[in-house]
Ligand binder design. Structure first.
Ligand code: CMC
Length: 445
C-alpha cells in the first residue's frame, strides 16, 4: 500500500513495500481544482496511477474553457456563457476560442469573410455522398465525409506550421454546415444547394437545409437567431470525450481531418452528443404527463438500464448553465415561430418532478444542455436524427481549438496510457495436435 502525506505545495507519496518516496508537486491553475503532477511517478517509483474514465485526472493544461461544476459556471476564454449568449454571435465565439480573445470589428470582418469564402466543398465530395445508403444515419455520413476531407485538401497539412493549422481550422468551421446539410438532403433524395455568401453562418445553414432551386427561400430571422445560439452554446466544453479524442488522435500527428472525424464518431454516442436525439425519443415515449412517474421510477431502478436522457453530467453538480439559457429561450422561440410542442410541457414537468425526487437530489442530477435543445430544433423543422449533427457543427471550433492548443505546446508527446494487466501470466505454445476440447492450453506444461 502507498500512503500520501499532504504538505503545502507538494505531497509525498511513499511506496510502503519498498520504502521509496517521491515528492509530487501540486499545480494550481487560475481557477478550479489543483492537480498533482505525477509525471515522474512511474520513473521514480515504478508505479502508475489507475483512474478509468478519468474521474480524478486532468489530461492536459488548457486556457480555453473553464467549467465550474459546483456553481454551474461556464466561461469561454474567461467570458461567461450567459454574456456571450446574450451579446455575441457564433462566429465571434469561434474567433474568441481560436485566437484567445474577442476580435475588433475589423478582425471579425476579416475572419467572417474567410469563413464565408471557404464554405464550398470540392465537387468530388458531392459524388462521395452517392456511395452511402439512403437510410444511413447522418452522423455516419458525417464521420465518413469529414474523414474524406483528408483526401481532398492536401495543400496545407504541415501541422507544425501555425498558418497551415489556421487554414485547416477556417476550412473545417466553414465546411461543416455544408457537409451536414448535404447529409440531410441526401437522405431525402433532394438536391444539394450551394452555400450563399450573402447570408450569415446560421442563415446559410438553414438555407442549405431547407431551400429548393425551384423557388426563392427567405430565412426566418427568429429561426436563424435560435440556430446561432445553439451553435454558440455547444462551441466548447473542456476535456469531454470528443475533445479528449481529438487530443489523443492528434497527438500522433495524424491528419487533422481524420482526427476531427474521430471526434465526430465519439460525439455520436448517447452518453455524449447523441443524448439530444435520445431525449426527444424519451419524451415521445413518455407521451403524456401521466406516464412521467413510470419513467422516473425506471430511471431509479438499478435493474433497469434506462436513464433519464438529458439529465446528469460528469462535471456539473448543479444545473448546466447552457440548459438554463436554452430553457429560458425555448418558449419564446416556439411562440415566435407559432409552434406548439406538447413535448415542452412534458419536459418541464419531468424536470420539475425529478427536482423533488431524493434519488436525483442525492446524486446532483439536473437537466444538461441536451434536455431542452431538441425542442428548439424540432420547432426549427430539424429532424431528430440531425440533432447530433447540429451539435457537431457547433463543437467543431472547440475540437480545433483544443487541437491547436495542444500542437502549440512544446511539451506535447504522443498520448500513451498504461494499463493494469489482468490477463494470463506467460503460457507455452502447444502444437495444435496436442490440444483437446475442454483443456486449458496455457496450463499444459
Ligand atoms: N438517470 C438516472 N440515473 C443517473 C443518470 C440519469 N440520467 N445519470 C447518472 N445517474 C446515476 C448513476 O446511475 C449513478 O448512480 P449510483 O451512484 O447509484 O451508481 C450516479 O448517478 C452517477 O452516475 P455516473 O454514471 O457514475 O456519472 P458519470 O459522470 O459517469 O456520467 C453522464 C455522466 C452524463 C454520462 C450520465 O449522467 C448520463 O448517462 N446521463 C444521461 C445521458 C446524457 O444526458 N448525456 C449528455 C451529457 S451532457 C452533453 C455532453 O457533454 O455531451
Amino acid at each position: 500500500m502507498s500512503q500520501v502525506d499532504t504538505r503545502s505545495e507538494t505531497v509525498t507519496i511513499t511506496d510502503n513495500s519498498t520504502g521509496c518516496s517521491i515528492e509530487v508537486p501540486i499545480m494550481r491553475g487560475t481557477e478550479g481544482p489543483a492537480v498533482f503532477d505525477i509525471g515522474q511517478l512511474a520513473k521514480q517509483l515504478g508505479i502508475y496511477t489507475y483512474d478509468p474514465g478519468f474521474r480524478s485526472t486532468a489530461s492536459c493544461q488548457s486556457a480555453i474553457t473553464l467549467i465550474d461544476g459546483k456553481n454551474g459556471r461556464l466561461n469561454y476564454r474567461g467570458y461567461p456563457i450567459e454574456d456571450l449568449a446574450e451579446k455575441s454571435s457564433f462566429l465571434e465565439v469561434c474567433y474568441l476560442l481560436m485566437y484567445g480573445d474577442l476580435p475588433t470589428k475589423e478582425k471579425l470582418d476579416t475572419f467572417t469573410h474567410s469563413i464565408t469564402n471557404h464554405t464550398l466543398l470540392h465537387e468530388g465530395l458531392r459524388e462521395f455522398y452517392k456511395g452511402f445508403r439512403k437510410d444511413a444515419h447522418p452522423m455516419a455520413i458525417m464521420v465518413g465525409v469529414v474523414g474524406a476531407l483528408s483526401a481532398f485538401y492536401h495543400d496545407s497539412l504541415e501541422i507544425s506550421n501555425a498558418r497551415d493549422r489556421e487554414i485547416t481550422m477556417h476550412r473545417l468551421i466553414a465546411k461543416m454546415p455544408t457537409i451536414a446539410a448535404w447529409a440531410y438532403r441526401f437522405s431525402k433524395g433532394e438536391p444539394f444547394p450551394y452555400p450563399r455568401n450573402d447570408l450569415n453562418y446560421a442563415e446559410n445553414f438553414l438555407h442549405l437545409m431547407f431551400s429548393y432551386p425551384t423557388e426563392s427561400y427567405t430565412v426566418n430571422p427568429v429561426a436563424a437567431k435560435a440556430m446561432d445560439l445553439l451553435f454558440l452554446l455547444h462551441a466548447d466544453h473542456g476535456q469531454n470525450a470528443s475533445a479528449s479524442t481529438i487530443r489523443l488522435a492528434g497527438s500522433s500527428q495524424a491528419n487533422p481531418y481524420a482526427t476531427v472525424s474521430a471526434s465526430v464518431g465519439t460525439l455520436w454516442g448517447p452518453a455524449h452528443g447523441g443524448a439530444n436525439e435520445a431525449v426527444i425519443e424519451m419524451l415521445e415515449a413518455i407521451g403524456e404527463p401521466k406516464n412521467i412517474d413510470e419513467y422516473l421510477a425506471r430511471a431509479q431502478d438499478k435493474k433497469d438500464p434506462f436513464r433519464l436522457m438529458g439529465f446528469g453530467h460528469r462535471v456539473y453538480k448543479t444545473q448546466d448553465p447552457r440548459a438554463t439559457i436554452i430553457s429560458k429561450v425555448c418558449q419564446e422561440v416556439l411562440d415566435n415561430l407559432n409552434v406548439e410542442d406538447p413535448l415542452l410541457a412534458i419536459a418541464e414537468e419531468l424536470a420539475e418532478r425529478a427536482r423533488k425526487e431524493a434519488y436525483f437530489i442525492k446524486r446532483n442530477l439536473y437537466p444538461n444542455v441536451d434536455f431542452y435543445s431538441g425542442i428548439i430544433l424540432r420547432a426549427l423543422g430539424i429532424p431528430t436524427n440531425m440533432f447530433t449533427v447540429i451539435f457537431t457543427i457547433g463543437r467543431t471550433i472547440g475540437w480545433l481549438s483544443q487541437w491547436s492548443e495542444m500542437m502549440e505546446d512544446q511539451g506535447m508527446r504522443i498520448s500513451r496510457p498504461r494499463q493494469l494487466y489482468t490477463g494470463r501470466k506467460q503460457c507455452h505454445y502447444i502444437p495444435i495436435e496436442e490440444r483437446h476440447e475442454g483443456e486449458d492450453f496455457c496450463a499444459i506444461k
